[in-house]
Design a protein around this ligand. Structure first.
Ligand code: UT7
Length: 334
């Protein structure tokens, strides 16, 4: 039994936070943000729009596009670092209820920006082992809920959104996911961290006073390690599977910073047409970044059945992951 990437869906909040808006909030400029990150604007969820709401909307689209009924889903894996609750119930359980699926295995995984590709590796393993047939994987973030909008080093980067995919069993090797790499190095844990709430810092006055509930990032160090690690990881996955970068029509990297995307794309000798770039309009949406980017090329008619995608991502943990797979769904026609 093989696993195939059966469908994609996404939800993007309507509210836009532009660089010009940020200029009024912190000491920054549109010019600095564009030059250093490639970001022009990002989407911010409404106060009453939580991670599971965005995840549910993306999931319903993905299930419909797979031509399935919600009852066909036998596992839900939600990747997020901005869950509805710290830490129960899982956002996957809330999403199952909001979609209206009873008696389904559902859990979250925490791998920051690498979460969606980690979830893909879990879905692939469950399906290849014969345990599940249709796995709903989600990357969803309300990152604005952990961003300090007085910290110019982080608040210019992140946005909200959700993406989802259905991974299904198939006996046709031609449409199967070819390979997924996923790895981590916890010795760099302090590069990207939300210190509280957790067992290290339970909620207290100190947490509030020191803003320990907000994301902290060693941006420059993370940047350099991201370029080095990602370049090696994508070169490895291509070599191990005897595929050349010129044969990949869609390179879908994590959308953290255009300069990282460009450096890795150049190292692979990818053309502009091959590299998918959405960071300018969505910013960094962490686990949602890759499925939102796949959905973008799908809905613009660029992604067709059978075409190869190369995914790569890097995030808090530190974690990183890459995947090589054909798109195995119907072409967009809505
Ligand atoms: O998704 C998970 C993985 N995350 C990433 O991969 C993020 C990786 N990091 C980055 O994208 C970049 O490091 C940043 C965009 C966060 C920062 O860019 P940088 O080129 O690494 O800048 P820097 O941190 O070295 O800062 C350069 C200067 C500093 O000023 P001085 O010390 O040179 O006077 C900063 O204070 O830029 C200043 N700066 C800003 N200036 C205007 C930092 N943030 C801002 C800002 N506006 N928003």
């Amino acid at each position: 039994m093989y696993a195939k990437f059966h469908s994609i869906g996404a939800f993007v909040p309507s509210k836009i936070l532009s660089n010009e808006d940020l200029e009024k909030m912190v000491d920054t400029s549109d010019e600095w943000i564009l030059k250093r990150t490639g970001i022009k604007e990002r989407r911010i969820a409404d106060d009453d729009e939580v991670t599971s709401d965005m995840a549910t909307k993306a999931s319903n689209i993905a299930i419909k596009r797979a031509g399935l009924n919600k009852e066909d889903i036998d596992l839900i894996v939600c990747a997020t670092v901005t869950p509805d609750y710290f830490n129960m119930p899982s956002t996957a359980c809330v999403v199952a209820d909001k979609i209206g699926i009873k008696n389904v295995q559902a859990f979250d995984i925490s791998a920051a920006c690498s979460g969606f590709v980690y979830a893909l590796s879990v879905a692939k393993a469950f399906i290849e082992s014969g345990m599940k047939k249709h796995v709903l994987i989600i990357g969803a973030e309300k990152f604005s809920s952990i961003v300090d909008y007085t910290d110019r080093a982080t608040c210019i980067l992140f946005g909200d959104g959700a993406g989802a995919a259905v991974i299904s069993a198939t006996d046709n090797k031609d449409e199967a996911i070819i390979d997924v790499h996923a790895s981590a190095d916890g010795s760099y844990a302090d590069f990207l961290v939300t210190p509280a709430p957790g067992s290290v810092h339970p909620v207290s006055q100190k947490v509030i006073d020191e803003g320990l509930n907000f994301v902290q990032m060693k941006g420059n160090e993370t940047f350099k390690l991201a370029v080095k690690t990602l370049t090696k990881d994508v070169k490895d996955i291509l070599a191990e599977n005897n595929i050349e970068s010129k044969d990949i029509p869609h390179f879908v990297p994590h959308q953290a910073n255009y300069r990282i995307i460009k450096a890795v794309g150049d190292a692979l000798k990818m053309t502009e047409e091959q590299v998918v770039v959405t960071v300018g309009k969505y910013g960094n949406t962490s686990a949602a970044s890759i499925p939102m980017a796949i959905n973008d090329i799908y809905e613009s008619g660029r992604l067709k059945r059978g075409e190869l995608m190369l995914l790569d991502t890097f995030g808090g943990g530190l974690t990183w992951a890459s995947a090589l797979l054909p798109f195995a769904g119907d072409s967009f026609k809505e």
